[in-house]
Design a binder for this molecule. Structure first.
Ligand SMILES: Nc1ncnc2c1ncn2[C@@H]1O[C@H](COP(=O)(O)OP(=O)(O)O)[C@@H](O)[C@H]1O
Ligand SMILES: [Mg+2]
Length: 235
């Protein structure tokens, strides 16, 4: 059998018998259990409607499971409150499938938000924003309102915002859906850099070129159920 369990590294994420239903009778996730190691790059695949976004929303604490338990960095994320919850939120960065940018704010303002919330110094924020824009070839968009960008540009700004504050857990939902091959490669390079710095990364995608030749683990969901869990180069 393929070795698809995590190694002796500590788990960043423990998903334990998680189900999620939406009224009246949609089962978006059914009895999912998986452990994702600290520093791992983990892919989530499956057809549209399979439950990928639902799982990312549960991992990011935007929504609660109907049953089951999710631990991130050893904490039951749906029970933490107050200061611990605020700290947990700072450790997690999510790039949403529908971007959720502040369209009346500039690119730089959108990317800066998470760093401002955690009181980073203005010159550190400025240089991080410029560095991220350079890595994504968006240098000339610094002062443009995000509402005026193309979808491919908005998608990359959403990713830059998610990783800006160097979160330990990065959740990305279809990060290359609107991108050409060059931009896709730049996005993956940025994520690899985050991974090399120690971040754990979960990527939901339709694009098999992102994982096909890799040894990263790939979990396929089908109608909310875990259909397979294998390495990218073994699919
Ligand atoms: N807020 C919601 N209310 C009702 N049904 C939902 C909601 N969010 C997702 N669903 C349903 O849950 C299932 C899984 O959706 P989703 O997680 O978005 O799939 P994927 O991201 O893999 O395309 C789909 O059938 C979808 O219609
Ligand atoms: Mg989705």
């Amino acid at each position: 059998m393929t070795e698809t369990t995590t190694s002796s590294r500590t788990a960043m994420i423990e998903v334990i018998k998680v189900s999620k239903s939406y009224p009246p009778n949609v089962t978006a996730l059914a009895d999912i259990s998986v452990s994702i190691a600290s520093g791992e790059v983990f892919f989530l695949i499956g057809r549209s409607g399979a439950g990928k976004t639902t799982l990312l929303k549960l991992l990011s604490n935007m929504d609660k499971p109907s049953t089951g338990l999710i631990e991130v960095a050893g904490m039951n994320i749906h029970q933490v409150t107050g200061n611990k919850l605020a700290k947990l939120r700072q450790k997690v960065g999510m790039a949403y499938q529908d971007f959720r940018l502040l369209t009346e704010r500039t690119v730089a303002e959108n990317i800066a938000i998470s760093m401002e919330v955690s009181y980073k110094k203005p010159q550190i924020i400025r240089s991080r924003v410029r560095s991220l824009l350079a890595q994504l070839q968006l240098e000339d968009k610094h002062d443009i309102l995000t509402g005026d960008l193309s979808r491919g540009e908005q998608q990359r700004v959403a990713l830059a915002r998610a990783v800006a504050n160097s979160p330990t857990l990065i959740l990305v939902d279809e990060p290359t859906g609107n991108l050409d091959a060059t931009s896709t490669a730049q996005v993956m390079e940025l994520l690899v850099r985050c991974s090399n710095s120690g971040a754990t990364i979960v990527i939901a995608t339709h694009d098999e070129t992102l994982y096909r030749h890799s040894t990263h683990r790939v979990m396929r969901l089908h109608n909310g159920k875990l259909a397979s869990l294998t390495r990218g180069n073994e699919i």
